[in-house]
Design a protein around this ligand. Structure first.
Ligand code: PLP
Length: 406
């Protein structure tokens, strides 16, 4: 992956791909310019061995193309597209496959920005949106679709699993069966999975039947809390549609963002492996602490947890580095704990080298209706922790001193 898609001889022997900070690319001849545009506009099929040429950085740029080729390796996808934010990847993908009158089925709750985009923007464009909750069975979900006007209007299914912040999971293969059930010869129901929570290492939705996988690359992929970016991956055919819309919305990432993410990708696996190792120890510590009521972590699931345990076994290769837990008491006790932390920073976002803590009920999930919060166990005693790469003894010391109070 580290050297994939780039040859030093292309750039004066530079071992790393340089930043191609350029808006436009010079054609060697008018004929070459014409040929590039013919391929870009799909006016003809490429001849054998003919590659699409560089035209303009809104369409393509070496820092994006090489990064996209490398991202494909992690999820074994045919094509990838990089965006200037996770939200631009998500909104472009949703716009690409939905039109007025269509039904979008989605898991609830979602990342706040996505939830807002669906219930305000898409609804404003005449898309019918139908939420379901993790834990709902296939029959209940089918019932919901039929009540809302039937499967012939279903165009897209959008899922986040494990769900933020409680790690409740959704069976991707079961969702793909629903998509197949309502797909016809001339209309494919597209199943998109936001895989930000597991990064490209611990869960591979395409393998379980998803059509598109989406990332906020701001999180694990970027991994250093210093860049906002997003990605979408899938088959050549679907990504053709996504990339065309990206070109016209202009939501692609810039060369500098591409370069930063290529640099981040080189340490993605070592970072994530350290994070999951730390998270497992932190979760065990919290699980035994007298001031902690309940820990929500995939690594603590037992066979007695039934379906959730089975989905985890099938779908994930590791339990991740997101640990949520109920502090005994309520908001007052949760806030006192967070305010007392010395090493762990009080901030939203996740997946970065440094550990972060936040209070979902009043921060990331402040906009979620109260009854949905209750359903999802997002109460005022719940705290969400994103575990970083620090020495785990330091993290456990910090959590201990903050939980122990005065
Ligand atoms: C952060 C996040 C997003 C949005 O990504 P941005 O890079 O902030 O635009 C989408 N989904 C999930 C699950 C996220 O955590």
């Amino acid at each position: 992956m580290m050297s994939y898609g780039y040859k030093p001889e292309w750039s004066e022997g530079a071992i790393k791909c340089p930043i191609f900070q350029t808006s436009t690319f010079v054609f060697r001849s008018a004929e070459e310019g014409k040929a590039h545009f013919e391929l870009a506009y799909g006016l003809r099929e490429p001849e054998k061995g003919e590659q699409p040429g560089l035209i303009y950085s809104r369409l393509n740029n070496p820092d994006l193309e090489i990064l996209e080729n490398r991202l494909c390796l992690w999820d074994e996808a045919e094509e990838a597209a990089v965006f200037e934010s996770g939200m631009s990847a998500i909104s472009t993908a949703l716009f690409a496959f939905l039109k007025p009158g269509d039904i979008l089925l989605y898991s609830n709750p979602l990342y706040g920005g996505t939830a807002h985009f669906i219930s305000d923007v898409l609804v404003g464009f005449g898309v019918k949106v139908v939420p379901f909750h993790p834990g709902e069975q296939k029959a209940e979900i089918l019932d919901r679709i039929n009540k809302e006007g039937g499967g012939d209007r279903l165009s897209m299914i959008y899922v986040e699993t494990p769900a933020n912040p409680t790690n409740a999971q959704i069976d991707i293969a079961a969702m793909s069966e629903i998509a197949a059930l309502y797909s016809t010869e001339d209309k494919k129901v597209v199943l998109a999975v936001d895989n930000t929570y597991m990064g490209p290492l611990w869960q591979h939705p395409l393998k379980h039947g998803a059509d598109l996988v989406l990332y906020s690359a701001t999180k694990y992929i970027g991994g250093h809390s210093d860049v906002i970016a997003g990605a979408c991956l899938g088959s050549k055919e679907l990504m053709g549609t996504v990339k065309t819309l990206r070109t016209f919305l202009g939501s692609m990432a810039g060369p500098w963002t591409g370069w930063l993410l290529m640099r981040s990708l080189e340490t993605l696996k070592v970072r994530m492996e350290q994070q999951v190792k730390n998270a497992q120890k932190v979760a065990r510590f919290l699980n035994e602490h007298p001031s902690v009521e309940k820990v929500y972590y995939l690594g603590l699931l037992q066979p007695s947890d039934g379906e959730q345990y089975e989905i985890y076994q099938r779908q994930c290769s590791a339990p991740g580095a997101m640990v949520s837990f109920d502090v005994k008491g309520g908001e007052k006790e949760a806030f006192a704990f967070m305010n007392k932390l010395k090493i762990i920073k009080l901030a939203v976002s996740l997946g970065s080298t440094e550990s972060l803590v936040q209070h979902p009920a009043t921060m990331t999930h402040a906009g979620v209706p109260e009854e949905v919060k209750q359903q999802m166990n997002v109460t005022h005693k719940l705290v969400r922790l994103s575990v970083g790469v620090e020495h785990v003894d330091d993290l456990i010391w910090d959590l201990g001193q903050a939980l122990d109070g005065e």
